[in-house]
Design a protein around this ligand. Structure first.
Ligand code: SAH
Ligand code: SF4
Length: 364
């Protein structure tokens, strides 16, 4: 199947956040700098959290200038900074080409979670989601994905950033290389140093890339957006489900478990009158047994102009308890930040920007 790896006008990956210690030291070597410079710079960026080259006071002025000319550091401008009544904070970032991305900081007890985007828009176009309504504008570079996590880390300030979820705008596995590069930097000890188990990549379900991710030897959580217990209903909701069956996704999820020892999280949005019946709950419970998984039920966060609604609380409770009665490890996940356009892609449509779906991640 085709997976939209062909970006429209993706900018060059030439910023400081695109570098690994290996590529950075290679560059510094070419400039005749001693080997320890790389470590100094990386420490300034990720440990000290400085935001300009000028703050790297143990580097010569000429090196700082050369770096600024060669490797742009923070490349986004903060266009908007909103705080929801539940403490969720959202930043709207604008890139040099005018594209925008949103990233979110979600406080939850002691946890501080960054929710970040991987694309500008989304090529999938799920019928309930605001992100894909205008299609894919372009891919984000690895550096731009990492920069969002850094911006959110800055917002979390003294409270250390504990989790990162790739649940913002876009389909991470159709921007595979940049997503994996960003995951590695976020996980690296020299980078953001967030444990792999605290990183979640959510996918609409691309089996080839799910297997590839399993082979990356990362211990991250893979979340699979299932949303329906049978192919027919899934195809009504997710256009790309035309190209893939649930049974292929189950095989890929089992492969992920075999290779990583990590259970796959199944995400199931509850859409009133659409996929929230007793029959759906029964079928979902049955199919979830075909793999090692847990289920996150996400009551729908309504999107202006789309004909879906969140089910009544009793329906959500009924669906949840039917799963639990059948021995399924299922949780209801609250959508966060709804008073600041919480649903995926909403703010973008209102403000000409991009947005993010926010759910609290699984802790395992
Ligand atoms: N494209 C990936 C990741 C981004 S979407 C994916 O689809 O998995 C992250 C999650 O938010 C997905 O499970 C998606 O279905 C969900 N989502 C999208 N719009 C939503 C809405 N309006 N309310 C609740 N969840 C939503
Ligand atoms: Fe894209 Fe995910 Fe939204 Fe579907 S739910 S349109 S895959 S961001």
């Amino acid at each position: 199947m085709t997976t939209s790896e062909n970006p429209k006008e993706t900018p060059a990956s030439n910023g400081l956040f695109d570098q690994t210690p290996e590529t950075l030291s290679e560059l510094l070597k070419q400039w005749g700098e001693p080997a320890f410079r790389c470590k100094q710079i990386v420490e300034w960026v990720y440990e000290q959290g400085v935001t300009t080259y000028d703050e790297m006071t143990n580097l010569s002025k000429s090196l700082r200038l050369l770096l600024a000319e060669t490797l742009p550091f923070y490349q986004s401008t903060i266009v908007k900074d909103q705080c929801a009544s539940d403490g969720t904070r959202k930043l709207l970032l604008a890139w040099a080409d005018g594209a925008t991305s949103e990233c979110v900081m979600i406080p939850d007890g002691v946890r501080r979670t960054a929710c970040i985007s991987t694309q500008v828009g989304c090529p999938v176009g799920c019928v309930f989601c605001a992100s894909g309504l205008d299609g894919l504008q372009r891919q984000l570079t690895a550096g731009q994905i990492i920069e969002q996590a850094m911006r959110v880390r800055e917002m979390a300030q003294a409270d250390r950033l504990s989790n990162v979820v790739f649940m913002g705008l876009g389909e991470p596995l159709s921007n595979y290389a940049n997503t994996v590069h960003a995951v590695r930097t976020i996980n690296a000890e020299w980078g953001l140093n967030i444990g792999a188990r605290k990183i979640t990549v959510s996918t609409v379900g691309l089996p080839t890339q799910m297997r590839k991710l399993a082979d990356e030897k990362l211990q991250i959580t893979l979340a699979l957006s299932l949303h329906a217990p049978n192919d027919e209903l899934r195809r009504e909701l997710i256009p790309w489900a035309d190209r893939v069956t649930i049974s292929e996704l189950v095989d890929a999820a089992n492969y992920y478990f075999e290779k990583t020892g990590r259970e796959v999280t199944l995400e199931y949005i509850l859409l009133g009158g659409k996929n929230d019946s007793r029959e759906c709950a029964r079928d979902l419970a049955k199919m979830s047994k075909w793999m090692r998984s847990n289920i996150n039920l996400i009551p729908y966060n309504p999107v202006d102009g789309l004909p879906f609604e969140c089910p009544a609380d009793e329906t959500v409770e009924m669906f949840h308890s039917m799963l639990r009665e059948r021995g399924v490890n299922a949780h209801v996940r609250a959508s966060r930040g709804s008073d600041i356009d919480g649903a995926c892609g909403q703010l973008r449509r209102r403000e000409g920007s991009d947005f993010i779906s926010i759910t609290t991640p699984d802790e395992s």
